[in-house]
Design a protein around this ligand. Structure first.
Ligand SMILES: *Cc1c(COP(=O)(O)O)cnc(C)c1O
Length: 392
């Protein structure tokens, strides 16, 4: 049955780990006339965005903007740097890492998968062992998802770069930051990443529809030798037009108004403050889960995600039934279990435009839902989060 949720009193709580809530100021910025994308006003907007955008990636290198979902930027990273049948190493930390590997195989790359049980981050030692065996340097890229959105586990990109350096292997390092950029500390330059993939609809607080490649000098060099078919995604054309504040094809003008506002908001708050706000709210969410006596999917506390928490429901209970009860009764959307986690976990998104009160509302909705769904748990999770936030 169709429910008119906007007719329900109060605001819908969109607590999935992306798309995230879009702040009113960004909605207002997007709500403006579309202008001539080859005119002077648009060029000034583009140049302002291209000046500020790399700061969010903590890079001095250019960042390419595509009118595409994150998946487009995955493909762009690969087709710009690689050639047919190239071998790449993928760490399957969860559903999104698996999806990137499948995409690679569809475009005639040869993805070799390092598996995990979807409860850990990518293992730097396993990458090291594999690269050491690759004396002929057949592996052209190592691809890792920084924050695996299906599991709430973060991989240690700095440690992965270190093992690539230790083995003196020339493979490019490509990192998906679609659900971590502008939420978790991420350093494209300092961590030696060659291509960073990102999207608009998570930490950047925008609607879906933009995605990004931050590129290193080495990646740009590799793109000169790459022979995979590459037209819409071609970095060279975009970089050349960007110099004049333009794009080779019609950009998402109104989303770019929103991006400018999002960048201004993030830089005004300060990236350090953005990261510590996410840490604090994530800690509060984890306090609640522990107080309920439920299990966090991520098994290593060092690898907890600060942008979402995936929570296991006890055996014999259905996480999707819980999510339905919460949506129908409290007008809140939670993330579902993806792939092999279907029905087993629900995911609380706590990234983007979020503060203490929106988190406490979220946790209150989860706790009421747990009771209605008769999922065994202890009371007092929301209270534990309140106690944590009021004390810190
Ligand atoms: C959301 C997400 C994607 C997919 O992005 P789309 O915009 O849906 O194409 C890929 N990787 C990660 C880590 C994500 O969180």
């Amino acid at each position: 049955m169709f429910t008119n949720r906007t007719a329900m009193s109060g605001r819908h709580f969109l607590q999935i780990p992306g798309p995230t809530n879009v702040p009113d100021s960004i909605l207002r910025a997007i709500n403006a006339p579309t202008i001539d994308h080859r005119g002077p006003e648009f060029a000034a907007l583009t140049l302002d965005i291209l000046d500020k955008l790399p700061r969010v990636f903590q890079t001095q290198s250019p960042v390419i903007i595509f009118p595409a979902s994150g998946t487009g930027a995955w493909e762009a990273a690969l087709v710009n740097c690689l050639s047919p049948a190239d071998k790449i190493l993928m760490c399957e930390t969860g559903h999104f890492a698996k999806g990137w590997g499948r995409l690679a195989n569809k475009i005639q790359l040869n993805a070799e998968i390092i598996p995990t049980d979807w409860r850990q981050g990518a293992d730097p030692n396993a990458i090291k062992t594999r690269l050491e065996k690759d004396g002929d340097h057949l592996i052209k890229a190592v691809c890792v998802v920084h924050n695996e959105t299906s599991t709430g586990v973060v991989s240690d990109i700095k440690a992965i770069r270190a093992v690539i350096n230790q083995t003196n292997h020339p493979a490019l390092l490509m990192v998906d930051t679609i659900s971590s950029l502008a939420s978790l500390d991420y350093r494209h330059d300092e961590w030696g990443v060659d291509v960073t993939v990102a999207g608009s609809q998570k930490g950047l607080m925008l609607p879906p529809g933009l995605s990004f490649n931050a590129i290193s000098a080495k990646a740009l060099q590799a793109s000169k030798q790459s022979t995979l078919p590459n037209a819409y995604w071609d970095w060279d054309d975009i970089l050349a037009s960007n110099k004049e504040g333009q794009f080779p094809y019609t950009p998402s003008t109104n989303l770019l108004y929103g991006l400018k506002t999002a960048l201004d908001m993030l830089l005004e708050e300060g990236l350090e403050n953005v990261f510590s706000r996410h840490l604090r709210l994530a800690e509060a969410a984890r306090c609640a889960v522990r107080a309920w006596g439920l299990e966090i999917l991520c098994q290593n506390a060092d690898r907890y995600s600060n942008s979402l928490t995936a929570v296991l429901v006890p055996d014999g209970h259905d996480a999707d039934q819980l999510r339905k009860i919460i949506l129908d009764n409290f007008n809140m959307s939670l993330g579902n279990g993806l792939g092999q986690l279907s029905g087993k976990v629900f995911r609380i998104g706590h990234l983007g435009d979020l503060n203490e009160l929106s988190l406490i509302g979220t946790l209150g909705g989860v706790e009421m839902g747990l009771k209605l769904a008769q999922i065994p748990h202890k009371r007092g999770g929301a209270q534990a989060a309140i106690d944590f936030l009021a004390a810190s």
